[in-house]
Design a binder for this molecule. Structure first.
Ligand code: ADP
Ligand code: MG
Length: 389
């Protein structure tokens, strides 16, 4: 559905009430929009800060009708929202991203096929949906990582396998779900780029971000001055843009890449929404990824964001609440907030659990060296292992 501009004063809706929804709500409200969140959880991070909170499942016809009635446009904060829900809403209201784009992002095999259509290299892989496909797997894909085709996140739904026997056992472990087996690649580092594309095809992007994962979960994102050579940045941005262009994407899209030991670039996966690796933009750029989401869904102009400070983001996972004993206790925020350029973001989740994203902390400063030094000090105070991104 094409649409004119939706101006501040209107109500914007988001499917999903997690931290991404919460930061979307903050960005929209700052600009003078009202917000509505659809999420079944009474205590959801976004629901707690939104003007409206519709507490139903994502496929509940009444909940979706209420969202459409309240809102001038709707977006999503996670890719596992049923594409059918977006389709239903799209009959009534502008929806960005579209159900079709989300359907690609929520399925690893479809996603990889799309990347190949766009001419962007992917990891060698095989689709495994039947015992025959399992038996036919070429040994050159081992050692590999078996990943469920759908519903995986933060390294969940993945098993590392070295031999055909381990592969067979892993597929059983994953209950013979449709999977993709990927060859394990020697990574020099990982990076991502967040872009926004408008209804009219205009695209802007945030600078390329360098990411460090630990145990399959993003731990650190670094966007410093000298992070990457210009020719490399161009290559990443061109690949990202062709992936967005290739599905006529509207909204914010994050594209994750591997950079191999020999320097080659391989696309890993996409997220049809703002991404954890783009959180630094709230404090380090003049337009954040969440403001881009608001602008893209309302048809407001997409201006090129400008990074005004070197930035480094540390994810605050639930285990930090247990760094000082067996009972959960909040980390010493007062100590880290005494350091220069520390921006604390907590998502309002009541219960800390290992691996749960409780918040993030972005460090900004006048030089990359200063930012790195402060971030390492923060890590030490909070009990995050020292890092090199
Ligand atoms: P998720 O959906 O859980 O983010 P990813 O496919 O992005 O799943 O995998 C999580 C992390 O695991 C990646 O960021 C990377 O560090 C590592 N990884 C995934 N696939 C490969 C691969 N083929 N080779 C090497 N490392 C990989
Ligand atoms: Mg990933």
């Amino acid at each position: 559905m094409s649409h004119g501009m939706i101006l501040p004063g209107a109500t914007l809706g988001v499917l999903g009430g997690g931290q991404l929804g919460r930061m979307f709500v903050h960005a929209a409200q700052k600009m003078g929009y009202f917000t509505a969140v659809l999420d079944p959880d009474a205590d959801s991070p976004a629901g707690r800060v939104s003007h409206h909170h519709i507490r139903t499942g994502y496929q509940d016809p009444q909940g979706l009708a209420e969202l459409a009635r309240l809102c001038a446009a709707v977006t999503t904060e996670f890719e596992n929202v049923p594409a059918a829900a977006l389709q239903t809403l799209a009959h009534e209201r502008p929806v960005a991203p579209s159900a079709d784009a989300v359907a690609i992002a929520q399925h690893r095999a479809r996603e990889k096929a799309h990347f190949e259509r766009c001419g962007v290299p992917v990891a060698p892989h095989a689709v495994i949906e039947s015992p025959e496909q399992l038996a036919a797997v070429s040994s050159h894909l081992l050692p590999g990582i078996l990943k469920t085709a759908t519903l995986g996140y933060d390294g969940k739904g993945q098993v590392r396998v070295g031999t055909p026997q381990e592969l067979a056992a892993a597929w059983e472990q994953l209950r013979r779900a449709p999977c993709v087996l990927e060859k394990r690649l020697p990574l020099a580092f990982e990076c991502s780029v967040v872009l926004a594309r408008g209804q009219d095809g205009a695209m802007v992007q945030l600078p390329v971000q360098r990411n460090l994962h630990r145990g399959g979960i993003l731990a650190v994102t670094e966007v410093l001055e000298e992070t990457m050579p210009a020719t490399f940045t161009r290559q990443v941005v061109d690949a990202a843009r062709s992936i967005a262009e290739g599905m006529a994407y509207v909204g914010v899209l994050c594209i994750e890449f591997f950079v191999l030991a020999d320097g080659r670039l391989v696309v890993n996966e996409i997220a049809p929404r703002p991404h954890n690796s783009g959180h630094w933009s709230i404090d380090g750029a003049d337009v954040s990824q969440f403001e881009l989401q608001v602008r893209a869904m309302t048809g407001l102009p997409l201006v090129q964001p400008r990074q005004h400070s070197p930035a480094l983001m540390l994810n605050l996972l639930g285990e930090l609440w247990f760094a000082r004993g067996a009972a959960a206790s909040p980390p010493p925020w007062d100590e880290v907030l005494g350091l220069p350029g520390c921006h604390l973001h907590l998502y309002g989740k009541a219960e800390a659990r290992a691996g749960r994203k409780m918040g993030h902390l972005t460090v900004t400063g006048s030089s990359s060296a200063a930012v790195r030094a402060t971030a390492l000090r923060v890590a030490q105070i909070l009990g995050i292992a020292p890092f090199e991104v």
